[in-house]
Write a protein that binds this ligand. Structure first.
Ligand code: MLT
Length: 203
């Protein structure tokens, strides 16, 4: 298969598959402890980004901090979507019921999946995301559930990025909830708890 990953089969096949997407410098191990906090019964697919930035795994290249290589972003978004197709066949899970949980660079590739495909994800928990790219027509995302956790003082993923992302997704008819934190770019315990509560209401 084309991407390094871990798959853990859950106890309840009716639950969404939780797709874990790490931040820059993380790997397929980094977010494993998050999944049971959100849904202890769900299957988990945790993926390592195929790009290396000075040895740090990422899901797509960037030209500098906050400036994305858009050609690579589009290529890698397709690569990840194709990988999800392959993984669903190999592990025999429902391809139409995947909820991404991404942090930072992982949240950005999850947002890019939503920006490019109407059927890649059924929902997404985006911790400290940015707008993945601008100037493209987004698909109809009616029925998709998105949770954004963002920082009012996040120097890497500024507040205005989360606000623009929310507006763009809502314009496609996705349902978007935003939770604000005040701890910079950190993935905090309290935003995971807010994500858990949101997920329990939605799925
Ligand atoms: C990125 O995708 O570059 C993120 O927003 C920042 C990071 O992962 O460090």
């Amino acid at each position: 298969m084309t991407m390094k990953h871990i798959f853990k089969k859950g106890h309840n096949p009716e639950k969404p598959v939780l797709l874990l997407l790490h931040g820059t410098g993380g790997n397929e191990q980094s977010l494993l402890t998050l999944a049971p906090m959100i849904d202890a019964e769900a299957s988990v697919l945790s993926v390592r980004g195929n790009v290396s930035e000075h040895g740090m795994p990422r899901f797509f290249r960037r030209l500098s901090e906050g400036v994305f290589d858009e050609e690579d972003l589009v290529f890698r978004t397709n690569e990840l979507n194709n990988f999800l197709n392959e993984a669903a066949t190999k592990y025999e899970f429902n391809r139409d019921n995947i909820v991404a949980i991404g942090y930072s660079n992982g949240a950005n590739i999850a947002a890019s999946l939503l920006y490019h495909f109407s059927d890649a994800l059924t929902g997404a928990i985006l911790h400290h995301p940015m707008v993945p790219l601008r100037g493209i027509a987004l698909p109809d995302l009616s029925g998709k559930e998105v949770f954004i956790a963002a920082g009012t003082n996040d120097p890497i993923s500024p507040q205005r990025e989360a606000e623009e992302l929310k507006a763009a997704l809502e314009a496609t008819k996705a349902s978007v909830d935003v939770h604000w934190e005040n701890h910079g770019h950190q993935l905090t315990r309290s935003e995971v708890e807010a994500a858990r509560q949101w997920y329990q209401r939605r799925f």
